[in-house]
Design a protein around this ligand. Structure first.
Ligand code: SF4
Length: 331
């Protein structure tokens, strides 16, 4: 019988996700339904389906899908994960007005990649997959200078990512490490330490590339895990930060990942007295509320405990940019 539910705080939407979703909502009103978003705006199926169904937004994974003029919108939004300069160029060449909803914390990593590549450095970019949209975007800033490196616990999972223990660079005196923003804090720190031992001159960013939302959500799981028999993690399978939350919860206690309350099963709760709930930075809060309602319906007397602090960070929404403006900047 479930007696207590601990709601992790913070959980759910981060400032980058709020900015990205509001950007699409506003753009869809202005574009009167004629709007395309490149890639899932954030990695959550519910968010994407709601934007498709309620606002008529189209999502594409390849700009070639828009080559045919009959199929081409006036405006395109780039997702929170960021895009390579080549994608911006291609969209501009198609004559599309661009709204770049890349999270500013990802943009910061792009700027570091450009800056150090111009100085002739090799960039070791730690990520969880060469297919992740954020990794593709950052790699695209300096593909000639960048080597993708796996987190030390994930070596071999994606063969396109080098092992930090064996990766080679042309000049060990000129090496920089950058990371995807949503990795495991502990595993990333350990991976950077391995690289630092191998390349003592390795430059690490003044502030970690791992974002505040990733760190805060992992810290909240770490705090709550000792108190719960079962942790429920609401996250789409494609959410990097959500999957890292799930892995952390699994390491510390018993855990289940669910997309939505409909995935819950009564037999998971046999012998469970206390439940923790957290959600990825792209999971809407109504899915957490639905999960709590499912539990309360079965165990009406349960006590809900919510500890911790909400974040107060907000990001400014991006402005639309004309194709000629983008092309002039890209040179
Ligand atoms: S998870 Fe971090 S990097 Fe990603 S959108 Fe949110 S704040 Fe930005």
């Amino acid at each position: 019988m479930v007696e207590r539910v601990y709601l992790a705080k913070p959980r759910g939407f981060c400032a980058g996700v709020v900015m990205a979703i509001q950007t699409v909502e506003r753009a869809s009103e202005e574009a009167d339904g004629d709007l395309v978003v490149y890639h899932q705006i954030v990695h959550n199926e519910t968010v994407v389906h709601r934007l498709e169904k309620e606002r008529g937004v189209r999502f594409v994974e390849d700009l070639d899908e828009l080559k045919n003029a009959d199929n081409r919108p006036r405006t395109i939004v780039f997702s929170a994960h960021g895009v390579a300069p080549e994608v911006r160029r291609k969209a501009a060449e198609l004559g599309l007005v661009q709204i770049d909803a890349t999270c500013p914390l990802v943009t910061k990593v792009h700027s570091e990649a450009r800056r150090y590549a111009a100085l002739g450095y090799t960039i070791l970019l730690i990520g969880d997959s060469a297919d992740h949209q954020e990794v593709k975007g950052t790699l695209g800033e300096a593909p000639e200078n960048t080597i993708l490196v796996a987190v030390h616990t994930q070596v071999g999972k994606d063969p396109r990512l080098a092992d930090p223990r064996t990766v080679q660079v042309p000049d060990p005196e000129k090496v920089l490490v950058l990371t995807q923003t949503t990795l495991s804090v502990d595993d990333t720190d350990a991976t950077v330490a391995i690289l630092k031992r191998r390349f003592p001159k390795l430059i690490t960013p003044a502030r970690s590339d791992l974002c505040y939302a990733t760190k805060n959500r992992q810290d909240a799981v770490r705090r709550l895990a000792p108190k719960v028999d079962l942790f429920l993690v609401l996250s789409s399978r494609h959410s990097s930060n959500g999957m890292r939350l799930f892995e952390l919860a699994e390491k510390l206690t018993r855990a289940r990942r669910i997309d939505a309350p409909e995935d819950l099963r009564e037999d998971w709760f046999t012998g469970v007295k206390s439940v923790g709930i957290t959600s990825a930075a792209s999971t809407p809060e109504d899915l957490v509320a639905g999960t709590l309602a499912w539990l309360k319906k079965r165990w009406p007397g349960l006590v809900v405990v919510e500890e911790g602090e909400w974040e107060r960070i907000r990001f400014r929404k991006p402005r639309p940019r004309k194709p000629e403006e983008v092309l002039a900047e890209l040179g």
